[in-house]
Design a binder for this molecule. Structure first.
Ligand code: NAD
Length: 488
């Protein structure tokens, strides 16, 4: 398997020769090492992307579409092999890794076609025998920084609109899950013109920051934590770069008194424990109406206990290990703090004792939780669900809006008035009724408040990577009476 940087169509080591280890979180073995890249490597990758831009941007959209569809096909043809790499380095169940491959293929096909349909517009002329065209143009070499929780899906969310818009790309995967992206490039990228897609692996502080600071990278698209997002925005400001930031969340779910308790408990369990809680739109807070709180809590605890932890390659596994020792330690830290602050563990709250190794954390449910606790205000990114009781939809809305995050929100209710009132008044980029974590390739996805700037998916993502140019055409070709020397 390829374990080097991919620059200008070549596989190369870091200039310094430094590497970092990639660990399998199920076996705790180091699978391989990848380059710990630095500024020199980033410079080479950006040069390659900058040169390739002159070729890629001049290709007609249909040609780009063909090359992107070819990559989609190669992804699907090699899905199992690719999914095994995702599972090996990240720990998610194989079936979920397979969905990531499908996502990449789907996004490549969708955006390559969308970019053929949406190239610009004609607006009303300011004069007779004139025309105003608005044309969307690519920026150049886009820098793309990716987290580890959905390495290939999140790569696809960015790569597809970036390329379809006519830009080239330098990608910096997470140090925890670089192999999936290198493997994907190896499988799918061979027929692309050299330099259009480049990958440099390494740590955020070195490779990531060098990319953000590079003066020839006009756009940075970043997915990751709020802390890193703020740092990137500050660094990017020095060169007035455009940034799109897809950041963390603390998504609430509201369980109304008319909801089907069984459906709401199952949905909450899935939404909170999927991918071991390592989803940006994971359910991280529950606001349940007083009148059904006991029954709902009991049902949620029962669902949490049913979640099958295990070998991520095993079909019977619902949830694999957490993706790294660091993430596992963070889960324990969050739980310990919640207990210290007075929350009560109803189930979980510790490493799973069923396994000798692997970063397995038990699905955890808390009650006796208050709004000031860290477990309610800060993203945990762990399989941990705190429950609070509310007396009305107004209180649920007010509490839902009480954090600095605004990524997603879910409500379980059969009452459409309650659902749409909450949709009106809750500040979140996505609002789901009766089904958490739902996305649609054609509908925008992103965060309000400190959960981000910009949108992925839909036409909105394409617009993140293009800028508008006004082309004015005068087909009268005569002297104008307002030009100097033409006065009566
Ligand atoms: P992170 O911010 O630690 O790292 C994300 C990426 O940024 C990695 O590639 C890392 O190497 C790089 N990086 C770190 N410091 C950097 C710096 N100073 N300059 C440039 N790059 C730097 O986040 P993570 O732990 O990998 O991912 C988890 C976070 O991502 C969570 O907060 C989660 O909510 C968020 N996330 C958001 C979305 C979304 O779409 N909104 C999706 C997935 C994950």
């Amino acid at each position: 398997m390829k374990n080097q940087n991919y620059i200008n169509g070549q596989w190369v080591d870091a200039h310094s020769g430094k590497t970092l280890g990639v660990e399998n979180p199920y076996t705790e073995d180091i699978i391989t090492h990848v380059p710990a890249s630095g500024e020199t490597d980033v410079n080479h990758a950006v040069d390659a992307a900058k040169n390739a831009f002159e070729i890629w941007r001049k290709m007609v959209a249909a040609e780009r579409c063909e090359l992107m569809n070819d990559m989609a096909k190669k992804s699907r043809d090699n899905a199992e092999e690719l999914a095994k790499t995702v599972t090996a380095e990240m720990g998610k169940p194989f079936s979920e890794a397979m969905e990531e491959i499908e996502t990449v293929a789907d996004y490549l096909e969708y955006y390559s076609q969308l970019a053929r349909d949406h190239v610009g517009r004609i607006v009303a002329p300011v004069d007779s025998r004139s025309m105003s065209l608005v044309r969307y143009e690519p920026f150049g070499a886009v820098g793309c920084i990716i987290p580890w929780n959905y390495p290939l899906s999140l790569m696809g969310w960015k790569l597809a609109p970036v390329l379809a818009a006519g830009n080239t790309i330098v990608m910096k995967p997470s140090e925890i899950s670089s192999l999936s992206i290198l493997h994907w490039i190896d499988i799918a990228g061979g027929d692309m013109p050299d330099g259009v897609m480049n990958v440099i692996t390494g740590y955020g502080k070195e490779a990531g920051e060098a990319l953000v600071k590079h003066p020839d990278v006009p756009v940075i698209t970043f997915t990751g934590s709020v802390v890193t997002g703020k740092r990137i925005a500050r660094l990017a400001a020095d060169n007035l770069k455009k940034v799109s930031l897809e950041l963390g969340g603390k998504d609430p779910v509201i369980i109304c008194d008319d909801a089907d308790i069984d459906v709401a408990a199952k949905g909450t369990s899935w939404g909170g424990f999927l991918n071991a809680g390592q989803v940006c739109t994971s359910i991280e807070r529950v606001y349940v109406f007083d009148t059904i709180a006991d029954a709902f809590t009991e049902a949620l605890v029962a669902e949490a206990k049913k979640v099958r932890l295990g070998n991520p390659m095993d079909e019977a596994t619902d949830v694999g290990p957490m993706s790294s020792e660091m993430q596992f330690a963070k889960a324990q830290e969050k739980v310990d703090l919640a207990i210290k602050e007075g929350a009560r563990v109803l189930t979980g709250g510790q490493r799973s004792e069923k396994f000798d190794k692997g970063y397995f954390y038990e699905p955890t449910v808390f009650d006796q939780v208050t709004s000031e606790m860290d477990i309610v205000t800060e993203e945990a990114f762990s399989p941990v669900i705190p429950i609070q009781r509310v007396g009305s939809i107004e209180e649920a809305i007010q509490l839902s809006n009480s954090t600095r995050y605004g990524l997603g929100c879910t409500i379980f209710t059969r009452d459409i008035e309650k659902a749409l009132t909450a949709a009106d008044d809750i500040k979140s980029g996505t609002f789901c009724i009766n089904n958490p974590l739902m996305e649609n390739i054609a509908a925008p996805f992103g965060g309000m408040k400190q959960s981000g700037i910009g949108r992925e998916h839909g036409i909105e993502a394409l617009e993140e990577f293009r800028e508008a140019k006004h082309i004015f055409i005068d087909y009268d070709h005569s002297n104008k009476d307002w030009w100097y020397g033409n006065e009566e």
